[in-house]
Design a binder for this molecule. Sequence first.
Ligand SMILES: [Zn+2]
Length: 493
Amino acid sequence: MKIFFIILLTFSEVVFSQQIFVTPAESKNYRDLTSYVELEEFLLRADTNSEKINVEKILELQSGRKIFLVRASSGSVKPALIIFAQQHGNEHGGKEAALLLIKQIASGDFEDALKEIDIYIIPQINPDGNEKNMRRNGNGKDLNRDHLIKMQPEVIALHKVIDRIKPFAALDVHEYYPYSESWKKFGYIKNDDVETGCLTNPNIANSVIDFSKSKVIPYIAEFMAERGYIFGEYCVGGPPDEKRMRFSTTDIDDGRQSSGMKNIFSFIQEGKNGRDSVDNLERRANSQMNGMAAFINFCAENSLKIQELLKNAAIKYQENDSAVIRAEHIYSGEPVKLNMLSLSSGRDTVLSVENFHSVIQPKLKVSSCFGYMISRTDTNLLNWASRNSLIIESIDNLPPDYLVQEYKMLRDSSVVIEEINVNNFKGEWIAAKRTDLLPIEYVVIREPEYLNPGFLVMAFEPCSQYSLLNYEDFLYLTTTEIFSIRKIVAAGK
Ligand SMILES: [Zn+2]
């Protein structure tokens, strides 16, 4: 009788824990998405029922919806890895995958990984967009174009978390949509269940990019193939007969590159979206969860090596005497093989694409500098600097042998770089008369140690394709004859 009782108890405990750790979409057999309310309930259940899982609210939006940060840990503090999903509210696969991942961790998977690292997960950065099944957030803004200007509360909250937990590795999770008219017209659509993209900005150390391409991508490819999923390196551009195909973009306004600027081993993951929000949802969730698992396992197994790599990259960044402010993907002459679905035969096909621009060529470099000077009265720019955790200090702290340069804003129409209009200015930096600079009006802006020194140069140089001047909120900086931002260089440079 006693034995029977124990067996019954154990059985009911198993049933209980299984109920807790079934995701809302799973419980609906993937016929419907996890709603915001269900996501909140699921996370709180995981927090209550698993010792390894800790859930924290990092932001409450005006709508009353919250953004949650999940910490998975085996106890003592270890190097952190962060995964954040659903910046785009209509890309549900990443969110569902993140919940599956939390379930797996709570069910005892990833024990080996948790011996090496702490795993942080934000399953849903854009709850307002999620509820309306739209790409943008409640303010109508694209969060994944906001990481340089940091005007949206969701993005500010994410970067606060990043600055607090200082992860060595990051994965930004999305979905790509292959069902557009232009792809249909082409006759083939992209067919990767999951694509992963490395850092590509030209100011990221080659050692980091090489290691990512030669070690991480093949590791994930093998992991996914073993589990029956189609995988490819993240590739953007329209159909090959229309626009250039390339592995990625180089801009620093997204989750991946902005983390890379903080010297984090950073990647983007793109799952294949459905024809509508629930189409193929089970496969979308499971394939993306496996992509996350591959990334976690790689980073856990290679944690020390990656941290060493980043440390050496940081030293190299500090030694660089220039930063690239314009770059373009150029035609490499080598075709790329892409996994496609033929719309006429319905078969999986590998297509060799000739119009492939895989090489990133720097187009314009400027010398790096001690920092910049901005007006104390420009609160918009000052607030931007503090949102980016930049060093803001009095000009009394300047080195004794500094020179100040100023820039005359002679606009020379715009120039097109990789199909995007970029400001073009004919001006150049020239020495400013020190007597014109009233000390009291200016403060000095510099990067903290952990930030790539190319960051400020890319953000402030008027000719930079990555510049703040390309954003509406900073357009006012282009209207004065003399650029209101001054550059500080060491004498003799
Ligand atoms: Zn996206």
